[in-house]
Design a binder for this molecule. Structure first.
Ligand code: GLU
Length: 484
């Protein structure tokens, strides 16, 4: 069997490290088995998808060196590789119709108000099942045809089994994956606007694209019964499904942009090398047989063994990544190192220029005027951190309020990390707590930049970025709290 695997990102936002991780596993499997690696864009949720996001995902994966054999940009025998283009060809409607004709799917005319009422009633009566109750499963086909002919909106739902137990052996897991069918609802396959849901589109495309192994994150385990049942009812040769552990923050929660930068572009912008990032990803849940940590792609392909993957939810440890980054960079030739120094500067010059211009005399001034943008840590002196008129406790308290407000804003998606919004957030706090701008701005400036003079504070904070500002605030607070 020739291995064919795929990565199937939904272009709904920034390119995510989780996508890179799953892409890396699929790519390693394909390359180490002499198989093919396919890239498919799953953009059926048209309200959330964008071309810019699709392009950024392709660019980021290519930057990492994860090249694909078939995909939206290079085509291939089983294309198109973008689901909206496949939708335009009527592919999904055809399979939805086949399921309806076979009695494996049915039209459902429930309105959203009806679905909400159903749910509320289930919650109120403490029902053990919360979800669609199957009320149109046995609806008269003639009446359904009539309503459709009259232009009534409807969706197509799968007619899932109602008894028995679904069981599947995932090669990475000791125990079979089991789920009782009575707990599984009749999934919508085709929405009222005629677009497929992820479930139908993915199953159809995996089959039509000849995918032999679906290696994906374990968050999809819950959908596995639906996918296998759909594949079987459609008479497809099923791929093997393999579910890997989700990347975790150091506190073991699912990786999130609040606790870790998840955007691949951030790593590129910060000067991380694609070789180092790939090396790091390859150590997540997987290890070198001789326990080596520093190795290149060729060696990775030699040692890669899907069966040695652990599903424990590997921790995305940035300290380890930074350690590997250093090893990679220091191994560069002089010429490569010089090129990398230029690249790192170039990457940030456009945003730095307006901040630095008024303060520059020589081109090289960037090295000391903007050191806080590039260094991992700033270590302000306590005497500078505590502004005149405040003591350590007052400074710590003010920074804590600012930190909490930033975290809250980010959590609620209510704070754009831009100069204006940062400024109005801090000014709001100043008003509430009666802080003087002089003291508040000084404490914040020193905590973020390590010095008491810098380009305009909020522009500086925007350029330094959330993932460096927040840890610096935390560090400053910790130091201030140690003062007695
Ligand atoms: N579009 C899905 C995602 O972005 C793909 C899931 C799968 O691999 O089946 O996570």
């Amino acid at each position: 069997m020739t291995v064919r695997v795929r990565i199937a990102p939904s272009p709904t936002g920034d390119p995510h490290v989780g996508t890179a991780y799953i892409a890396m596993l699929n790519w390693c499997f394909a390359r180490s088995q002499g198989g093919s690696f396919v890239l498919r864009l799953e953009d059926t949720d048209q309200t959330r998808c964008s071309d810019a996001s699709a392009q950024a995902i392709l660019d980021a994966l290519r930057w990492l060196g994860l090249d694909w054999d078939e995909g939206p940009d290079i085509g291939g025998k089983r294309g198109p590789y973008v689901q909206s283009q496949r939708q335009a060809q009527g592919i999904y409607a055809q399979y939805a119709q086949q399921l309806v004709d076979q009695g494996d799917a049915y039209p459902c005319f429930c309105t959203s108000a009806e679905l909400t009422a159903m749910r509320e009633q289930q919650i109120a009566s403490k029902s053990s099942f919360i979800g669609y109750d199957g009320r149109y499963r046995d609806y008269d086909p003639e009446q359904a045809r009539q309503r459709i002919a009259n232009g009534e909106p409807y969706v197509i739902r799968m007619k899932a089994p109602q008894v028995g137990v679904f069981s599947y052996r995932d090669r990475l897991r000791k125990d079979s994956v089991e789920k009782r069918w009575e707990e599984i609802d009749d999934q919508v396959l085709l929405k009222a606007d005629g677009w497929p849901t992820y479930h139908l589109a993915a199953v159809v495309d995996d089959a039509l694209m000849g995918i032999t192994h679906v290696i994906r994150a374990e968050e999809w385990l819950g959908s596995l019964p639906k996918h296998i049942w759909l594949g079987e009812r459609l008479g497809f040769a099923l791929p093997e499904y393999i579910h890997v552990g989700l990347l975790r923050n150091p506190d073991k929660s699912k990786i999130s942009k609040r606790k870790n930068p998840t955007n691949l572009l951030w790593y590129k912008q910060q000067g991380f090398l694609p070789q180092a990032l790939l090396n790091f990803l390859a150590l997540l849940g997987h290890s070198h047989p001789q326990e080596r940590e520093y190795f290149d792609r060729d060696e990775l392909l030699r040692i890669f063994d899907l069966d040695r993957l652990s599903v424990g939810g590997p921790v995305f440890d940035r300290v380890k990544l930074t350690h590997l980054q250093g090893l990679w960079l220091r191994d560069f030739s002089d010429a490569d190192l010089k090129a990398e120094m230029h690249r790192c500067l170039d990457e940030r010059l456009d945003e730095l220029l307006p901040l630095l211009r008024p303060r520059m005399t020589f081109g090289g001034d960037v090295t000391w005027l903007a050191d806080f943008v590039f260094s991992d840590n700033v270590e302000p002196h306590l005497e500078t951190l505590i502004p005149k008129g405040w003591d350590a406790a007052a400074t710590a308290q003010a920074l804590e309020h600012i930190q909490a407000a930033f975290n809250k804003g980010i959590k609620k998606d209510a704070l754009a990390w831009e100069a204006d919004s940062l400024e109005s957030c801090v000014r709001g706090l100043m008003e509430t707590h009666g802080w003087k701008p002089k003291q508040c701005f000084s404490a914040l400036r020193v905590a973020v930049t390590g010095r008491n003079q810098s380009p305009p504070l909020f522009d500086t904070m925007a350029v330094v970025g959330q993932h460096r500002v927040l840890p610096r605030l935390a560090q400053a607070i910790e130091r201030l709290k140690r003062v007695r």
